[in-house]
Write a protein that binds this ligand. Structure first.
Ligand SMILES: *Cc1c(COP(=O)(O)O)cnc(C)c1O
Length: 391
């Protein structure tokens, strides 16, 4: 089966009880047993639920793997993967990453005795230098959030010892554009809240692997900790995932057009999008991904005030956290998604107060371009009259 066929058919058998073509929402916490211990494989819904199971099979199949475990959020999936480790273990982390992941590592898991080293993973020598005997996990986001930096997954896999695991947060690229397991990673994590759900109406996460032993450990944590999605959320996510390919093609087409439009403007200082030949890792993007995705960041020229005015001055780009829905969103990472990273650390990583991030939706691109054109024009006038001030 090819990608879209798997999205629509993997895990989606007609319901054995009724023949319902669409997997039903099994809104039940428990299952009646015929005799003590005798049942149809379902005993309690924290442990297993048919709707969730169908979603797990569907998403595993999209990553070319056998095993998926669904969670109540992307962070819960991330925490379950980190749950493979024990106190004293060391993790090498890419330094440009989702703010909530940084918060989980720095403010929760570090207290439990895990150690983290943040490195610019575009630099393989720096990664090599960060590896210790206690290193058990590499945590990678590629493309990264919000600077769209890439990590060469295959090159990193060549550095891996067999007792080490590479986990890739594939939320930005989605399995439609990037298949980390085929590049040498052992685990893929998604916030399914984003492109996989695709409609900004449900929060969820998933951890996927082709390794049966790793899967057993993640499943154990899923049941032992219990951060599972309810059946209705699992069902919404599964419905969204069926159209992933269609949506991703449109997201990427619109994002490419907007990146080129912004890049050509003199009042835009920088554009970060892997699909632009000016992106420092454009060649890697072409090799590692089959498309460049729907996320881009840019810095309008002028004071930070202009970026803030633009963020709330557009018609179709709603000012909101999150990403990956059919509607376009804009955010100011320094004050929103990445606000939990200390200011000095943020600056060091290149997340300036002028930076804006777009989640480009699948509206008609001419409307999105008109919106940005008008917003840039309006704020250009404003930035002339407002004296620059530090934010
Ligand atoms: C949103 C996001 C997460 C966290 O997922 P939640 O579903 O919000 O818990 C993790 N990684 C990336 C790249 C994200 O965008």
């Amino acid at each position: 089966m090819r990608f879209s066929t798997r999205a629509i058919h993997a895990g989606q058998e007609a319901d054995p009880a009724t023949g319902a073509t669409i997997v039903p929402i099994y809104q039940t916490s428990t299952y009646t047993q015929t005799r003590v211990g005798e049942h149809k494989g379902f005993d309690y819904s924290r442990t297993v639920n048919p709707t969730r199971l169908a979603l797990e099979r569907q998403l595993a199949s999209l990553e070319g793997a056998r095993y998926g475990s669904a969670f109540a959020s992307g962070m819960a999936a991330t925490a379950a993967v980190l749950g493979l480790l024990s106190a004293g273990d060391h993790v090498v982390v890419s330094d440009d990453l989702y703010g909530g992941t940084y918060r989980l590592f720095a403010r929760v898991l570090q207290r439990y005795g895990l150690e983290f080293t943040y490195v610019d993973m575009t630099d393989l020598a720096a990664v090599r230098a960060a590896i210790r005997p206690a290193t058990k996990l590499f945590w990678i986001e590629t493309p990264s959030n919000p600077l769209l930096k890439l990590v060469d997954i295959a090159a990193l896999a060549s550095l891996r010892r067999t007792d080490q695991v590479i986990a890739v947060d594939n939320t930005f690229a989605t399995p439609y554009f990037q298949q980390p397991l085929s590049l040498g990673a052992q685990i893929v994590v998604h916030s399914t809240t984003k492109y996989i759900g695709g409609h900004s109406d449900v929060v969820g996460g998933v951890a996927i692997t082709a390794d049966a032993a790793l899967h057993d450990q993640i499943r154990f944590s899923q049941n032992a900790v219990g951060a599972v999605p309810g059946p209705h959320d699992a069902w919404l996510t599964m419905r969204g995932a069926k159209t992933l390919a269609l949506r991703m093609r449109e997201h990427a087409r619109n994002a490419q057009a907007i990146a080129e439009f912004l890049h050509a403007r003199e009042d835009v200082a920088r554009v970060y999008y892997p699909g632009l030949p000016s992106h420092p890792q454009h060649e890697l993007a072409r090799r590692q991904m089959s498309g460049f995705g729907g996320m881009l960041s840019f810095e309008p020229a002028g004071p930070a005030q202009r970026a803030l005015a633009l963020a709330s001055g557009l018609k179709y780009f709603s000012l909101a956290e999150s990403l990956g829905g059919v509607e376009s969103l804009i955010c100011h990472p320094a004050r929103m998604t990445h606000g939990s990273i200390p200011a000095g650390e943020r600056e060091r990583r290149g997340i300036s107060d002028r930076l804006l991030r777009l989640s480009v939706g699948i509206e008609d691109v001419e409307d999105l371009l008109d919106d940005l054109r008008a917003g840039l024009a309006a704020t250009a006038r404003q930035s002339d009259s407002v004296p620059p001030s530090p934010v």
